[in-house]
Design a protein around this ligand. Structure first.
Ligand code: AMP
Ligand code: ZN
Length: 489
């Protein structure tokens, strides 16, 4: 833990500038990140956004902040179409698979957790679900109606964007002007409930076929996606909190609507720092399920995908993601992953060497400059690629010491050992890939030995076959021959 609070700069989408980070309560940070809509397996693009915020969370923790990190699970209300139209994504999947919507939610929440664990992403402190906060959402809608910024129509409730815009500019986060938005909006079929096409749903009246619905003052229905995040963030972080994050594609309408809902309910802007992570692309195109170019983490780990010639360890993939700043796009290629694998191995080897270096009486390298570089990189809006570059400067120095071209004294060595470990393992969240376990090694060796014994038996070479069996027996391994071949214990 460091005490360097006060020098961290964060790029705030709302101001379009890097700002010195000053939380509302000294020493404490409230951070909300929009979580996944759990209707399918998370793809590598989704993972990039969550890993970007994992990095921010880790660095805030390292700086010594007490962080309350809330990342929700969207399990209702995210419709196929941003204009409040189309089916609920989860209901649609449940209908297609002929299961309960909550089975879909459970299945893909578990997958999401497994993937986050594989990438060594820290769990949030609170992971609220939208379906678990229906009462809070109804309360929030009531407040917005009471304040005059929403209206009921045919069992649905809509936010009155033009009325809101009379006092507060709608569109300031995404840099849109209401006149342009109005000019570009069109009345879609089924939107006759709305007074104006820009108005968005806070609550949707559920038709008879709709599976997920709750009683409300406006009849049976379900909450709007934007409202969920406003209700859950306010409940756990307060009406105004420090950091709100999500992918760039959520800026509009999702986060714009969150600002409007927060202001309409409390008169205050809900968030001090808006952070947006840029997209993972494939051949320059945003990776997305709907575009059909998404890559699943499991396929990447196993190598079972046409784009890949082999599998990659989750830590190599995480390291690959650290090579681009979170606000820049990152293009996925198998070559880039191969390069990341080489770099990762080089870094891990240098760290192993660093831990067993023999100190000299003096230092020819400047550890302070190296370590200041680590902090400067991360203080500059969580600049992971700059940190990685500094770490490779350190790798060069370590290799020079190993090869006898440079020296390091005892005190500098212990500082460097500690700080490199902190930045590589705690801040970047990398892990040394676990060596194959002894058990796994033994089963690989036994598979080979039994195969050789099998060939000996096929050739009626009983001497060799018995020799192998007796030798193994002496080593405490019993071989038995069954109808499916030989087995061992
Ligand atoms: P969803 O489950 O669709 O709500 O998305 C979960 C998160 O993944 C959101 O923050 C999205 O902005 C983010 N996301 C979706 N596609 C990509 C991508 N290709 N690269 C980075 N983040 C993405
Ligand atoms: Zn959200």
């Amino acid at each position: 833990m460091s005490t360097r609070k006060g020098v961290l700069a964060i790029y705030n989408t709302l101001s379009g500038k890097k700002e010195l980070f000053r939380p509302i309560h000294e020493g404490q940070v409230g951070m909300y990140v929009c979580g996944p809509t759990v209707y399918s397996n998370v793809h590598l693009g989704n993972c990039r956004t969550f890993i970007s915020f994992d990095l921010a969370y880790r660095y805030l923790l390292h700086l010594g902040y007490k962080v309350r990190y809330v990342r929700n699970i969207t399990d209702v209300g995210h419709l196929e179409n941003d204009a409040d139209e189309g089916e609920d994504k989860i209901s649609k999947k449940a209908r297609a698979e002929k299961v309960e919507p909550m089975e879909i939610v459970q299945k893909y929440t578990l997958d999401f957790h497994d993937v986050m664990t594989a990438f060594n992403a820290l769990p949030p402190n609170i992971e609220p679900t939208a379906t678990g906060h229906i009462i809070e959402q109804i309360e929030l809608i009531n407040t917005i109606i009471k304040n005059g910024f929403a209206y009921e129509s045919n069992g649905s409730v809509y936010f009155d964007v033009e009325k809101y815009n009379a006092n507060q500019p709608y569109g300031e986060l995404s840099g849109r002007k209401i006149e342009d938005l109005i000019a570009n909006s069109r009345v879609l079929d089924g939107q006759t409930e709305k007074r104006a096409p820009l108005d968005f749903a806070l609550w949707k009246n559920a038709s008879d076929e709709h599976i997920m619905k709750w009683p409300s003052p406006w009849g049976l229905g379900f909450p709007g996606w934007h409202l969920e995040c406003s209700a859950m963030s306010a409940k756990y972080l307060g009406e105004v909190f420090d950091i709100h994050g999500g992918g760039m594609d959520l800026k509009f309408p999702h986060h714009e609507c969150e600002i409007a809902q927060g202001c309409a309910a409390t008169g205050k802007k809900p968030v001090l720092y808006w952070m947006h992570a840029n997209m993972l692309t494939l051949n320059g195109k945003k990776m997305s399920k709907s575009a059909g170019n998404s890559l699943l983490p499991a396929d990447l780990f196993s190598g079972e995908n046409m784009l890949l010639s082999k599998g990659f360890h989750p830590m190599v993939v995480r390291f690959f993601m650290m090579q681009a700043h979170y606000r820049n796009t990152l293009d996925f290629t198998s070559e880039a992953l191969n390069a990341a694998e080489k770099g990762f191995e080089k870094l891990m080897l240098a760290i192993e060497n660093l831990m067993v270096l023999v100190p000299s009486s003096n230092s020819s390298i400047n550890t302070k400059v190296l370590i200041d570089g680590f902090y400067a990189a991360m203080d500059d809006d969580f600049n992971a690629p700059a940190l990685v570059a500094c770490l490779f400067d350190a790798v060069k120095q370590i290799n020079a010491i190993v090869e006898g071209r440079a020296t390091i004294n005892k005190e500098d060595l212990s500082i460097l050992q500690k700080e490199i470990s902190v930045f590589v393992f705690e801040v970047l969240g990398l892990q040394r890939p676990v060596e194959k376990s002894d058990d796994q090694r033994l089963s690989n060796v036994m598979a080979l030995v039994l195969e050789l014994r099998g060939s000996a038996r096929e050739n009626k070479d009983w001497v060799t076959s018995d020799k192998i069996r007796d030798g193994l027996s002496n080593a405490g391994i019993v071989v038995s021959d069954g109808k499916d071949g030989a087995s061992w214990k």
